[in-house]
Design a protein around this ligand. Structure first.
Ligand code: FAD
Length: 326
C-alpha cells in the first residue's frame, strides 16, 4: 500500500496552510471570544475552493478524498478549531448524498455545496437519542410526492447556518429499521432553530437545537429506500470520524508550535512559552525544500486579516512534505 501523499494533496495542503496563516489565525481569538459563527471565514474557504474538497470533480468539487479532507481540517485546526469544523461538517453533511444519493440527486444537490454557495449539516441526534440513534422520535409521513416532518434534533453543528440539512426520521416502525434519510433545502423546507448551546470551547461553531413542525420535503429528496437511513447514518459516521481525529491533531500541533504573545512571569517580552520550548525540542526539524504550489486554487490570495489584539502569534509553518522531515 502506498502511504505517500500525491503532489496534488501536498499542493492543496500548502495552499490551505498559507490561507490559514494569513486569513484565519488573525481572527481565531476573536471568533472564540465573541462566540460567533465566522461567516467571513466561510466565504474565504468558499472563494478558495476549500469547501469543494469533499466533492469529486464530476459534482463540482476538487477532490472527494478522505485523506485530503483530513489534511485540510488538520491545517485549519492548527489556528482555529471552530473554523476547522466548517470544512469537517461540510463533509459530514454531504457524505449522505455522496454515499447514498442517486446520480440525479448528486448532480442536483452537490454543486451548490462544492462551490460554497451553501454549507451542509447532519441531523441525527435528538434530545432523547444520542448514542442510541435508533430510538429517535422525529417522524416523516408520506403524502403523495412529499413527506411531512415533525420532531426535534439536538446538538446539530452548523444547524443554524446550513442551507442544506440531512435529516434522519422514522418512516416505518419504532426502531432503526424504520429510519429514512432526507435532504432538506432551507428555501423550500425551512426548519426552526430553537436554541444555540453555550459551549466552553469551539465557540464559533454553532451547536443548534432544531425543530420541524410540518416541514414538507419532496420525496425526490429521500436518500435511498425507506428504511435505509440507519445504515446511511452509520456509513457516514465511519467516514467522518477520522476528520475529528485530524481536528484534534491540528489543535495539538497548533498549540505545541504556538508562541504566546503574553510574556510569562520572569521571562522577557516575546520569549517563547515553556510549552513551546519543551514541545519544539521533541519535534522533527522541518525543512523547506520547495516553494508553495500556487496553482491549485483560483490563484486569488486572500488579503491579510487585521490581527485581533488577543490573537495568538503563530509561527510561519514551513511548506514541505512529511517525507522531507529531518
Ligand atoms: C459539540 C457537539 C456537536 C455535535 N454535533 C452533532 C451533529 O452535527 N449532528 C448530530 O446528529 N449530532 C451531533 N452531536 C451529538 C453527538 O453525536 C451525541 O452527543 C453523541 O451521539 C452522544 O449522545 P448523547 O450526548 O445523547 O449521550 P448519551 O448517548 O446519553 O451517552 C452518555 C454517556 O453514556 C455512554 N453510553 C451510552 N450508551 C451506552 C451503552 N449502551 N453502554 C455503555 N455506555 C453508554 C456514552 O458513551 C456517554 O459517555 C454533537 C454533540 C456535541 C457535544
Amino acid at each position: 500500500m502506498d502511504f505517500e501523499f500525491t503532489a496534488e494533496q501536498v499542493a492543496i495542503r500548502d495552499t490551505i496552510r498559507e490561507l490559514v496563516q494569513d486569513g484565519v489565525a488573525p481572527r481565531a481569538a476573536e471568533i472564540d471570544e465573541k462566540s460567533e459563527y465566522p461567516k467571513d471565514i466561510e466565504r474565504l474557504f468558499a472563494d478558495n475552493g476549500i469547501l469543494g474538497i469533499p466533492f469529486p470533480e464530476e459534482y463540482g468539487g476538487i477532490s472527494g478524498s478522505s485523506v485530503t479532507i483530513c489534511m485540510g481540517i488538520e491545517e485549519i485546526a492548527k489556528a482555529c478549531a471552530s473554523s476547522s469544523l466548517i470544512l469537517a461538517v461540510q463533509a459530514l453533511g454531504s457524505y449522505p448524498i455522496l454515499v447514498a444519493g442517486s446520480e440525479e440527486q448528486k448532480k442536483r444537490l452537490c454543486p451548490p455545496l462544492a462551490s460554497g454557495e451553501k454549507v451542509a449539516a447532519y441531523a441525527l441526534s435528538e434530545p432523547g437519542s444520542g448514542s442510541d440513534a435508533g430510538a429517535m422520535e422525529t417522524r416523516a409521513k408520506r403524502y403523495g410526492n412529499e413527506y411531512v416532518l415533525n420532531g426535534t434534533k439536538q446538538f446539530i453543528t452548523q444547524g443554524s447556518v446550513a442551507g442544506t440539512l440531512v435529516v434522519f426520521a422514522q418512516t416505518g416502525g419504532d426502531d432503526h429499521r424504520g429510519i429514512s434519510a432526507f435532504v432538506l433545502e432551507r428555501e423550500t423546507s425551512p426548519w426552526t432553530v430553537s436554541k444555540i448551546e453555550h459551549k466552553l470551547g469551539i465557540r464559533g461553531s454553532p451547536t443548534a437545537q432544531i425543530v420541524f413542525e410540518d416541514v414538507k420535503v419532496p420525496a425526490a429528496n429521500r436518500l435511498g429506500e425507506e428504511g435505509a437511513g440507519f445504515k446511511i447514518a452509520l456509513a457516514v459516521l465511519d467516514r467522518s470520524r477520522p476528520g475529528i481525529g485530524a481536528q484534534a491533531l491540528g489543535i495539538a500541533e497548533g498549540r505545541s508550535t504556538m508562541r504566546s504573545t503574553t510574556p510569562r512571569r520572569g521571562s522577557s517580552s516575546g520569549s517563547r512559552s515553556r510549552a513551546f520550548r519543551v514541545s519544539s525540542s521533541c519535534l522533527p526539524t522541518w525543512r523547506r525544500r520547495s516553494k508553495p504550489h500556487a496553482t491549485w486554487s483560483s490563484g486569488r490570495r486572500p488579503r491579510s486579516t487585521p490581527r485581533h489584539p488577543t490573537s495568538p502569534r503563530l509561527p510561519r509553518w514551513p511548506s514541505c512534505s512529511p517525507l522531507t522531515w529531518r
